[in-house]
Design a protein around this ligand. Sequence first.
Ligand code: NYM
Length: 212
Amino acid sequence: VGMSDNPRGALVVLEGLDRSGKTSQASGLVSYLEGQGLSAELWRFPDRNTCVGQMISSYLSNKSELDDRTIHLLFSANRWEKRTLMESKLKSGTTLIVDRYSYSGVAFSSAKGLDIEWCKSPEKGLLAPDLVAYLDIPPQKAAERGGYGGERYEQLEFQKKVAKQYEMLHDLTWKNVDACLPMEEVTKQLREIVMDCVANCRKGKPLSELWQ
Ligand code: NYM
């Protein structure tokens, strides 16, 4: 496929603790990209619309109990069931802004004490993001923002453990953005790194797979 006639979209993942601002930034980014004349979609994991997603949702809202490894594999399955669609969207030129991905999967499960390599294994072979933008916020600050819902994991002590696990996942595609800056500043920095990433993908950066 010639890069000039059919440039691919970028796979951009936003990660961060609960209340780090990911969700509002992700939807803002999609509007921004569309305003630049680019094709873009907002995705999120867990995708609660599928059957697997409904099991996850019921677990998160404490309506069901699942063993730690079982829920980990369901989160992973929820990404696998979207992989084909994800690849075809990217190849057709659509940039995907994804609110949480495998990094959440590994950070949250390993924060419960599961082995990090075990947690990474089922993610191997999923599409690798071209950029992971980490909205960096101290757990205490995130908790002060309020609005933790009643969902599982939304507790300060647990979020501190998740933050530590996220630190172990930094790789070459990872960029920290200081989420304590004023919101417009966070928006500005995100736009810059995302546009950079989109440009590289248009120039022909190949798609790759996670955690070989
Ligand atoms: N979460 C999310 C996981 O534990 N593993 C995963 O693979 C993913 C994608 O689900 N507290 C956790 C992180 C969140 C919760 O996410 C639901 P959200 O963004 O609040 O809907």
